[in-house]
Structures are given as C-alpha cells and as structure tokens.
Design a protein around this ligand. Structure first.
Ligand SMILES: C[S@@+](CC[C@H](N)C(=O)[O-])C[C@H]1O[C@@H](n2cnc3c(N)ncnc32)[C@H](O)[C@@H]1O
Ligand SMILES: [Zn+2]
Length: 339
C-alpha cells in the first residue's frame, strides 16, 4: 500500500507489486459506488458513507464564497471538515484540482491544506471578460485553480495534457503544458476572434512586440498555452432540450437600474457553468482513461460531460434537485460532445 510518504524509493519490482495491489484494492473499494451517476445530497453527508481511498482524482468548481448573484450556496468556501472527507476518500498520490476566486482562494487553499493535502501549484485561468462587481473593485479576469495532492509524490499526466502545436511538424512533441490557461470569448471561431477576446489581445500584442518575422519569433506568441472557449449557450444547453426553461440570473440583475431587465430563459439555468474544454484538460492532467473522478459540487454536470469525453468514469454530488436534473440530461449526451 502507498499510504505513507517515504524519503527513499523502493526497488522497481516492489513498486510494481504495490501498484497491482493498489489497483485491486481500488476496484474492491469502488464496487458499491454510484459510478457515472448524479447523487443528490449534501457532499459531507454523502461522503461520510464512502470507504477510504476509493477515488482516483477530484476535479471541482466549488462555491467560491463570494455570494455570486446572491446565491445562498455561495456564502462561504467549503469547510475544512468537507475537505477532510475528500482527503479520506481520495487514493494515495491522487490529485485535487479546485477552481477558486481571486478574492477567496487563500481561504480555500488554507482549508485544503489544513485538511491534509499538499498544495503543489496554482493554474491561472485567464478569460478577460468578467464584470466589475463594484466601483471600488477591479474587473475580474482570471480564476486561480488550486492543485493539491494526497500523500506520496506522483506524476501529472504531462503527455496527455500537452498543447497542440501543429506548426512544429510531426517530428516534434507538442508543447509542455504551463500553469496558465486562456479562454476565448464565446463566438470566437478558428478563423476569427470576437473583439476583446483575451487570446486575441495577447496574440496581437506578442506579434507587435516581435521585431523579427522569422518562424521562431512567430512561435513566441501565446499559442504555447492551453486555450478553451467559455461555455457557449449551445454547449451549456446540449442534452437539455426536453427540460423546462427557466430564467437564468445574470450579473445585470444585481445592478439597481437593471432589476427589471428582460430575463433570458434557458434549460440549463445554472449561473456558473464551467467550460467543457477546460474541465477536459484538467481531467486529462490528473486521470488516465478508466479512472474514477469525483466532483462533489456537480452543479449542471460539466465535469461529468468532460469525463465522458475523456473515457474517465465519474461521480457527481449536487444538493439542488433542479441542477441534478440538468446534470443528468447533460451527462447523457456523451456521444454528441465526444470528438
Ligand atoms: C460553482 S457551482 C458548480 C458549477 C459546475 N461546475 C457547472 O459547470 O455547472 C457549485 C455547486 O455546488 C452545489 N453545492 C454547494 N454546496 C454543496 C454541498 N455541500 N453539497 C453538494 N452540493 C453543493 C451548489 O448547488 C452549486 O450547484
Ligand atoms: Zn478568441
């Protein structure tokens, strides 16, 4: 078993033997779990009933604790007690990836660390299109993603998460992934970006700064980073065609002058739907095909949609009955989203 951290590594045969034992044990521990299902309930209560060391990785966008659009569930970041339960069910060497907000990430990271995780890194997800929430605040343009690990050092799946670089030709490897991710604006296509798109702004500035027209200078632009689009209306509603549409709250609702603005009705009316491509990349980084990933704050189920696309099994826990319905409908759409 890999339960204790060690300073010296054991011989290769011993590592192989332990890995085989660990795989068998994981299979047994997972036998009674609701695999590829959405569990309705409070994560803390649900997790208390699960065995130790039964999950390969945890990838989640939890409440940020910023009272987003006045949502009650967003009053605080998850408690240390909940992170402790997540630490218990995660396998040794397993990873936890947690989206957070610039205003509260420190509290999130402290609770994660106090629960027993090693906080290893932070991925910065830049989107450049948030709204300033108040005249005394800066416009949000990135979310920090906390990278943490349980117990012994283990490798990230660097090769699976490499950045496509077609211009390097078939001889070279794709680029080593960095801890920065950029989002295109919804509506950007391969040919043209929408105005104000963060990727486009950075690319054009890099080209402006580059004095040489040589190929190597061209490669200095930001295409070395991972890009994804923010969740488009089509992406968020895919699979929800038969669900009742409801009013989706937006930032405009929080402005006194916009209280009566025309509401947008949507089948997936979850206020914080994350992009499938971002979740796919995060899952690739910490899971191999066939692994089991847990999202204890499943919302409209984006992590499940992304896991389906990557051939990874998943479990989602969500306390809101309406969001569970949306998540079930979206995660059934596996084939239409898989590339
Ligand atoms: C930021 S959202 C997740 C969004 C999701 N990643 C998506 O793309 O739709 C957080 C979700 O956690 C749920 N939640 C908050 N506290 C919870 C708890 N203790 N147990 C289960 N779900 C919880 C909320 O209802 C909300 O839907
Ligand atoms: Zn773009």
């Amino acid at each position: 078993m890999l339960r204790k951290e060690r300073s010296t590594s054991p011989p290769p045969d011993e590592i192989k033997r332990r890995l085989t034992l660990e795989r068998r044990r994981l299979k047994r521990a997972q036998a009674n779990l609701p695999i590829c299902k959405v569990v309705r309930g409070d994560s803390l209560k649900v997790l208390c009933k699960w065995p130790d060391y039964c999950i390969d990785a945890i990838v989640t966008g939890p409440p940020y604790g910023i009272q987003f659009l006045g949502e009650k569930w967003d009053n605080d970041v998850p408690s240390e007690e909940l992170w402790r339960q997540l630490h218990r069910v995660l396998k040794a060497g397993g990873r936890l990836l947690v989206l957070s907000a610039t205003r509260t990430w420190h509290r999130m990271a402290t609770r994660i660390e106090s629960a027993g995780f090693h906080v290893e890194d932070e991925i910065v997800w830049i989107y450049g299109q948030g709204f300033p929430k108040h005249s005394s605040k800066l416009k949000p343009a990135h979310d920090p993603i906390i990278v943490a690990r349980k117990g012994p050092v283990s490798d990230l799946n660097i090769d699976a998460a490499r950045i496509r670089e077609p211009r390097l030709g078939s001889q070279s490897k794709d680029r080593w992934p960095a801890n920065v991710v950029f989002s295109h604006t919804p509506g950007c296509t391969d040919e043209k970006c929408q105005s104000g798109c963060a990727v486009d702004l950075l690319n054009s500035q890099a080209k402006y700064l580059s004095t040489s027209k040589s190929r190597s200078a061209d490669l200095n632009n930001v295409s070395r980073f991972f890009y994804c689009t923010r969740a488009s209306t089509r992406e968020r509603n895919l699979g929800c065609e038969n669900l009742e549409k409801k009013r989706k709250a937006t930032f405009m609702d929080t402005l006194p002058s916009n209280r009566n603005s025309e509401a947008r009705e949507m089948a997936n009316f979850h206020p914080t739907v994350q992009p499938v491509d971002l979740m796919r990349w995060l899952i690739r980084l910490v899971c191999k095909p066939g692994d089991l990933v847990l999202d204890p704050f499943f919302g409209s189920g984006t992590t499940g949609v992304a896991a389906n696309c990557e051939g990874v099994r998943w479990i989602g826990i969500e306390m809101d009955v309406n969001y569970c319905r949306i998540a079930r409908a979206r995660t059934r759409m596996r084939k239409r989203l898989a590339r």
